[in-house]
Ligand binder design. Structure first.
Ligand SMILES: Nc1ncnc2c1ncn2[C@@H]1O[C@H](COP(=O)(O)OP(=O)(O)O)[C@@H](O)[C@H]1O
Ligand SMILES: CC(C)(COP(=O)(O)O)[C@@H](O)C(=O)NCCC(=O)O
Ligand SMILES: [K+]
Length: 231
């Protein structure tokens, strides 16, 4: 069994991969004796990750860290300084390229930040954008203004705001949706496959026709990275 670990700026996510099936798991109750290798990706330092790596070595489980490369199979990274690209973004691109081959894709991962990456059918990463995540957007305003306030029961909606929490939340949503529309302009094919992942992925996916929400996208990318890199 393969343990997959994805460390973001907010949370560490874990999953177990068995015969190609990826299932989220709880790191506090890991079947260490059935784990053959630990494959991980991290966008920053993380104490919890260090603890897991220490446990892995205690159980003699080999560990492999995913890194961004300029090229991986037919996928190529837009960044000259490819090591500066967030590994989560690279993994999302790997998963999109493997799952939707010969298809222009836009990968949107909503975590602490919302990242948007444009990928051509030929596997060329054209680049993308880094936006504050929806909660980061709303928090930055409530914490830096006197009269903008939020309301936990107000949903994010693609509508004009008719009160302060509406204006705040809907503004964060439409800013993010607008960026996705802008990303489409960088592809000649006007109907690229939109692939959403991350905490608000389902919410964003619902705003578009024929879009995909895959909460395990980054984990699938991590697994593909390992398969493609170990050979
Ligand atoms: N189930 C959820 N419902 C709503 N928001 C979520 C949920 N999970 C995550 N989020 C949002 O995404 C952020 C963290 O999600 P995650 O994908 O774990 O981020 P990261 O990859 O940056 O660690 C949270 O700050 C919150 O904004
Ligand atoms: C933008 C990110 C922080 C998103 O990570 P997350 O929201 O998952 O914590 C991450 O992709 C990152 O650290 N990127 C490095 C800068 C870049 O991608 O250009
Ligand atoms: K993420």
């Amino acid at each position: 069994m393969r343990l997959l670990i994805d460390v973001g700026n907010t949370a560490l996510k874990a999953a177990l991969c068995l015969q190609g099936e990826i299932k989220p798991c709880d790191v506090s109750a890991l079947p260490w004796r059935q784990i053959n290798e630990l494959v991980y990706a991290s966008v920053g330092k993380n104490e919890q990750l260090n603890g897991l790596l220490a446990q892995a070595s205690a159980f003699q489980v080999p560990c492999f860290e995913a890194k961004v490369t300029k090229q991986l199979s037919n996928l190529s990274c837009a960044y000259q300084q490819f090591s500066n690209l967030g590994i989560d973004r690279w993994l999302g691109l790997i998963a999109a390229f493997q799952l939707w081959p010969q298809q222009d894709c836009i990968v949107i991962d909503t975590g602490t930040a919302t990242t948007i990456d444009v990928l051509t059918a030929q596997g060329q990463h054209l680049g993308g954008w880094i936006l504050p995540g929806l909660d980061l957007m709303t928090r930055s305003l409530t914490q830096n203004t006197q009269r903008v306030f939020d309301d936990a029961n107000t949903p994010f909606a693609n509508e004009l705001g008719v009160n302060t929490p509406n204006g705040l939340k809907n503004g964060a949503l439409v800013a993010t949706l607008g960026a996705v529309e802008q990303a489409k302009l960088h592809l000649t094919n006007k109907k690229p496959q939109l692939i959403f992942a991350g905490g608000y992925g389902a919410l964003l996916k619902a705003q578009f026709l024929d879009a995909i929400y895959d909460p395990q996208l980054v984990m699938k990318g991590l697994n593909y990275w390992y398969e493609l890199s170990k050979n």
